[in-house]
Design a binder for this molecule. Structure first.
Ligand code: MG
Length: 322
């Protein structure tokens, strides 16, 4: 097997684990090329010949993985996401074992899920049309405000920075959102309106239940609480019931569709995959790109589609690892 690893040289958890992972692939007799992003390679160059390989590994945190997934979208090669950043929510939402050996094993087994990616577009302050791919979530309102406030120490503190920012602004503005979802008009008041490809946040909590990245649908999420303290209730429910399937989510409403246009009654901050924009916007459009990328999953993943016997045999073979 010929593997290309594109490594974003991150500094968080497992920043060196990718080299261990590479060694496991090499030990099994695979050919394995590693390109470190930085001065020599940019995303597009590093992935230019991706289809010449049997497998491409994207190693980084959410920020880098999101960009790399956009760059490899639509290409005919299996992709493994390797979690080596300070925050790895996209990887966590796949539900695979994170140990380097287990991931190398999953790569050799080659089971994949056809995963969707989101695309969001908006008009910037100077009227310029902008468009970007996202793998996790994007949207307007209080969450973007938090990310803006937490951005300066985000890499050092991970998600905790957002909670600190939330506590410093308990009364975010409530905004009227006009949501046109696959031709249907929905009017709601809330502190944020988001679109999600996967709705997992820190702690393996799903903001809304049944959000999957292989169903060809976007989840549109409205935080309808009037203040930041109101968010504590759904977060608390999230700790008790991470999937949201038993208790649901108070103060949060969600809808599903393929294409959405969101108009805010006033200018609101916006974020794409946790990166706040400089400009505020009056809304955005988003759509889903179904089956944009074939992602490696193991038998632990909720996206694994094989039989129980297959997953037991796989676990037994992993246990034989010295
Ligand atoms: Mg979906």
């Amino acid at each position: 097997m010929r593997t290309l690893i594109v490594h974003a040289g991150a500094t968080g958890y497992a920043s060196d684990a990718v080299f261990q992972f590479q060694r496991y692939l090499l030990d099994a007799g695979d050919e394995c090329l590693l390109r470190q992003l930085g001065e020599t390679w940019d995303d597009d160059e590093a992935l230019g010949d991706a289809e010449d390989f049997d497998l491409v590994v994207l190693s980084g945190g959410d920020y880098e993985v999101s960009r790399l997934l956009a760059a490899i979208s639509g290409r005919d090669v299996p992709v493994c996401v390797f979690p080596s950043g300070p925050v790895n929510l996209f990887f966590a939402s796949l539900g695979c074992a994170a140990e380097p050996f287990a991931l190398a094993h999953a790569c050799r087994e080659g089971r994949t899920v056809a995963a969707d990616l989101g695309e969001i577009s908006w008009y910037g302050a100077d009227g310029r049309y902008e468009r970007r791919s996202f793998s996790l979530m994007a949207g307007t309102g209080f969450d973007a405000e938090l990310m803006r406030a937490g951005a300066s120490n985000r890499h050092a503190m991970g998600q905790i920075a957002y909670f600190m920012a939330a506590l410093s602004n308990p009364q975010p503005p409530v905004v009227h959102f006009s949501i046109e979802l696959d031709g249907q008009l929905i009017e709601r008041e809330g502190i944020a309106c988001l679109v999600a490809n996967t709705a997992m946040i820190q702690g393996d909590i799903e903001i809304v239940p049944n959000c999957r990245l292989d169903d060809g649908l976007l989840d549109v999420i409205v935080l309808e609480t009037p203040d930041a303290v109101g968010l504590l209730k759904p977060v608390f429910f999230g700790f008790l019931d991470p999937s949201g399937k038993n208790l649901g989510r108070p103060e949060i409403e969600s809808f599903q569709g393929r294409r959405v246009r969101v108009r805010a009654a006033e200018q609101v901050p916006m974020q794409v995959d946790g990166e706040p924009l400089d400009d505020e916007v009056y809304g955005f459009e988003a759509r889903i790109t179904p089956s944009a990328v074939n992602l490696i999953v193991d038998t632990l993943s909720p996206y694994f589609s094989g039989t129980e016997a297959e997953s037991e045999a796989d676990r037994a073979s992993l246990l034989r690892h010295p």
